[in-house]
Design a protein around this ligand. Structure first.
Ligand SMILES: [Zn+2]
Length: 446
């Protein structure tokens, strides 16, 4: 009996060891399987015809496999416009659909591996409008930057373009040495953060509403074009005289917002910015969005003044800016953006996140609408779009032309579209970024 007992204990130990080992193996296969299958030495996955199609929202084919090679849209402008969204054949653009959706596109699954007779490479249909992306790319006129537009009611990303880029069917040989291609593998809308200039005045306005919810409308400051704040001058583009928040936003008066930022104080301005999502990274499916930054600890009065107008060390990520615009448009909460309508594949299940109260959202919306109708001109955009927006010109040093921004949305049930557009090294935000907004909106309503 004693012997039998000992034997069964040994058997149990062996059995547990075996099951434990199998469990460990299966867990690893499940967790890492797709990564192992996509290693470079498994390069055949990319080229042997197993990857399915990538389509835009209208079923236009953006990428497919032909004779064992990856092929892209016929139009060169469309290939370039969609590069960072669709992705490259080599897998360098790690935020792209071909990279992040590789399991769906190759038909990989943890049970059957790459067995295509069971699961053939499937089609991934995006929410993107490829014509709108091409329109944005063309309107950027060769400048670097980024443009991202989405439907703020259902979260569908309609346009996402980044530059610099290249043509995925003829990768430039000097891509790693030519400075013109610096950052060509990065999607600026997701992985970039840039000096926002006056678009940040919306954040400073929001901070004032947070601090003085009942009395902010009475805040006035005067502008004499240039004024010593904290030992050196803060300058404005005009001599605006007495300003309230609406006129200051319309005129984009630096002195109004520099003085307002000092009255709000560094801690409260940063706290309000953080409520809107600054200083933390948003998740977009498996992608970590580059954080927008507003870190004001230790800033002196002059630096705080410049921070209030979107200079100093303030940085903004375009995807994040678009979500803030989505929140203002949508009563204070933004719907999470998505690239496919199948929940779980890329980002959103349609959830929303509140950034501000409905009252604050409506107040900001009214001022942005007043800025377009009273200062920029509705003629800049397709008729009836009811655009609410703010431009920005982010100064980035003596030797470079500034960043030109436009952030906003259409206050429209028919076209619930929010956007953030950045055109680098330009000097006319209304002209350069406004042209991209106009081109995309025109395409989306056609
Ligand atoms: Zn001014």
């Amino acid at each position: 009996m004693k012997t039998v007992g000992l034997r069964s204990i040994v058997l149990y130990i062996l059995l547990f060891a075996f099951l434990g080992g199998m469990g460990w193996f299966l867990a690893n296969l499940f967790i890492n399987g797709s990564r192992w299958a996509m290693q470079p030495y498994n390069g055949h996955i990319h080229i042997d015809g197993s990857m399915g199609e990538v389509q835009d929202r209208d079923g236009n084919i953006l990428a497919y496999t032909e004779d064992g090679s990856r092929a892209y849209s016929e139009s060169e402008a469309t290939r370039r416009a969609l590069l960072h969204t669709v992705g490259d054949t080599e897998g360098f653009i790690s935020t792209s659909v071909q990279y992040t959706f590789r399991d769906e596109l190759t038909g990989y699954n943890p049970v059957f591996g790459l067995n295509r007779t069971v699961f053939s490479g499937s089609t991934v249909k995006l929410t993107i409008d490829s014509a709108a992306c091409t329109a944005a790319y063309n309107a950027m006129e060769g400048h670097n930057g980024g443009a991202i537009f989405y439907n703020y009611k259902n979260g569908n990303i309609l346009c996402k373009v980044s530059a610099p880029g290249y043509d995925p069917i003829s990768v430039p040989e000097d891509i790693d040495s030519n400075p013109d291609y610096n950052g060509a593998y990065l999607d600026n809308t997701l992985s970039g953060a840039f000096t926002p200039g006056s678009t940040f005045k919306l954040v400073t306005s929001f901070a004032a509403m947070e601090k003085w919810p009942d009395t902010w409308t009475g805040l006035t400051y005067s502008c004499q074009e240039s004024e010593d704040i904290g030992g050196s001058d803060v300058t404005c583009l005009g001599y605006h005289g007495e300003q309230d928040m609406q006129t200051a936003l319309g005129n984009s008066c630096n002195l109004y917002f520099a003085k307002l930022a000092n009255d709000i104080g560094a801690a409260d301005l940063q706290k309000a910015a953080e409520k809107l999502g600054f200083n933390k990274s948003l998740d977009f499916s498996s992608i970590e969005i580059a954080p927008s930054e507003c870190k004001l600890e230790g800033a002196n009065a002059n630096e705080l003044g410049w921070a209030g107008v979107g200079q100093y060390t303030v940085l903004v990520n375009p995807y994040h800016m678009m979500t803030v615009m989505g929140a203002i448009a949508n009563g204070g909460a933004y719907v999470e953006p998505r690239l496919t309508e199948d929940s779980g594949l890329f980002g959103s299940s349609g959830g929303s996140r509140a950034l501000m109260s409905g009252v604050q959202a409506n107040n900001l919306k009214a001022m942005m609408r007043g800025t377009v109708s009273g200062y920029y001109g509705d003629w800049l955009f397709p008729e009836g779009m009811n655009v609410c927006a703010k431009t920005g010109t982010g100064e980035v040093g003596e030797t470079r032309e500034p960043n030109c921004w436009m952030a906003g949305f259409c206050d429209s049930d028919s076209y619930p579209i929010a956007f953030a557009v950045l055109v680098e090294e330009s000097n006319n935000s209304l002209g350069a970024a406004g042209a991209v907004v106009n081109a995309v909106l025109s395409e989306l309503i056609s």
